[in-house]
Ligand binder design. Structure first.
Ligand code: NI
Length: 160
């Protein structure tokens, strides 16, 4: 898991300078009315961080967790990410991920096989959920920062 934590930190470090190059105005632009702006994509990644902190810790608490998915578009629009300051979103995303990398690094090894169901999907192990969190992030960073060379390695459940 030390590897996964390091991979998460490296992914964030790689994205940060590129995110900081995007202007406030550019970050707010919606490609079309129903597509997310860069602020909204980063907002979705903040929601994913919050949602996954819940999954990680609850899954250390119990070995058979029933979890529900959340409506991602509603979360993004309800929080008005497009009216937030771009630099603040970047900082929140950075620090939240510092903490998640810390959680992943120090996860109790005997909890890694604990299982979660998300709605009717699963079971997934805690180890899978932690790896999938990083892959989901890379999937969206690829959209956010085309040409950054960030690639998503494997299929994820897109519910992160
Ligand atoms: Ni997503």
């Amino acid at each position: 898991m030390i590897e996964i934590a390091r991979h998460l930190r490296e992914t964030v470090d790689r994205a940060l300078p590129l995110l900081n190059q995007v202007s406030e105005k550019e970050a707010s632009l919606k490609p079309s009315f129903n597509k997310w702006s860069q602020k909204e994509i980063l907002g979705h990644l903040i929601d994913s961080a919050g949602n996954n902190q819940q999954k990680f810790i609850r899954l250390m608490e119990t070995d058979n967790l029933r979890f529900t998915s959340y409506s991602q578009d509603f979360w993004v629009s309800a929080q008005r990410y497009n009216y937030a300051k771009w630099k603040d979103l970047i900082k929140l995303w950075e620090y939240f991920n510092d903490h998640l990398a810390h959680i992943i690094e120090f996860v109790m090894p005997d909890k890694l096989a604990n299982q979660i169901y998300i709605d009717n999907l699963g079971p997934y192990t805690l180890e899978f959920i932690m790896k999938d969190y990083v892959e989901h992030m890379k999937h969206h960073l690829k959209q956010l920062l085309p040409g950054s060379g960030i690639e998503s390695k494997f299929e994820n459940i897109y519910n992160s």
